[in-house]
Design a protein around this ligand. Structure first.
Ligand code: CO8
Length: 230
């Protein structure tokens, strides 16, 4: 008997989308991302905004006419870069290509096991004027460090995440996040990383610890047992 997650959120109970389905929806998400940017920065007259609001409502109703119970997964890892279940989470708020809220952050797995992400954040991610919101940096670190841990063979939930904001992080310039594993101990894994500006200055550093949840290990053991007995 295990403490399993509710069935609706288990990856195996979700819809899996093929490459073409992902591509069509990713184009929609990209347009909506541009829409979010336009909404934040628009200066058209109020009457026009009111009219557009009705049009957006109509589009929301059309998309909502058929609705999944949970965000879908990709049936192959995005870009084939990261052999981690998270790279298939199309609705992820940091990396999900189908989530307009996600920048989305791309990943490059380097041969030494570290991860590099290069991304640019615009106005929808603003905290202090002209600068990246600290919570957005935290979300990006959470995901990138977590994927780095997953790639090292210890996929887990974030147990701790500590950030040191050294300098302001600018909007509208390419930022580089590098992440690496520093320690592994059973089902615990520590990773750290930093965000740098194009001139190589570190703006934020982070350290995190991930734990493979006991219930996931128990589920895996149950599945292995089922396979042996079937
Ligand atoms: C590929 C993956 C990419 C992931 C990117 C995104 C990551 C996320 O955003 S995850 C969401 C945010 N995190 C969460 O919601 C986690 C909530 N917490 C939990 O689910 C559980 O507490 C969890 C999974 C961390 C640990 O639970 P459980 O499996 O029962 O572990 P438990 O047996 O209590 O502890 C195992 C060990 O970890 C330690 N530990 C557990 N939690 C913590 C913590 N928060 N801080 C420090 N140590 C901890 C315990 O002390 C224990 O250590 P030891 O073995 O030395 O005694």
């Amino acid at each position: 008997m295990t403490t399993a997650l509710p069935p609706t959120i288990r990856p195996q109970d979700r819809s899996f989308l093929g490459e073409e389905q992902v591509a069509v929806r990713a184009r929609l998400a990209e347009e909506v991302r541009a829409l979010i940017d336009a909404v934040v920065l628009t200066d058209v007259p109020d009457a026009e905004i009111a009219e557009i609001t009705g049009q957006v409502r109509a589009l929301t109703d059309r998309l909502g006419a058929a609705r999944l119970g949970a965000a879908p997964m990709a049936d192959t890892p995005i870009d084939g870069l990261i052999a981690s279940g998270m790279s298939r989470q199309l609705g992820n708020p940091v990396t999900g290509v189908l989530n307009p809220v996600a920048p989305p952050i791309p990943f490059e797995a380097l041969p030494d096991g570290s991860v590099r992400s290069v991304f640019t954040l615009d106005e929808p991610y603003e905290g202090p004027p002209g600068l990246v919101h600290g919570g957005i940096s935290a979300a990006i670190f959470d995901q990138v460090l977590g994927m780095t841990a997953g790639m090292s063979g210890v996929p887990g939930f974030t147990a701790t995440l500590e950030l040191r904001y050294r300098r302001p992080t600018p909007l509208r310039v390419p930022l580089t996040l590098k992440a690496r594993i520093t320690r592994r101990e059973g089902r615990k894994c520590w990773a750290d990383g930093e965000i740098t500006t194009p001139d190589g200055r570190v703006t934020v550093e982070a350290t995190a610890m991930f734990v493979t949840p006991r219930h996931l290990l128990a589920e895996e053991a149950d599945e292995a047992q089922e396979q042996r007995t079937s």
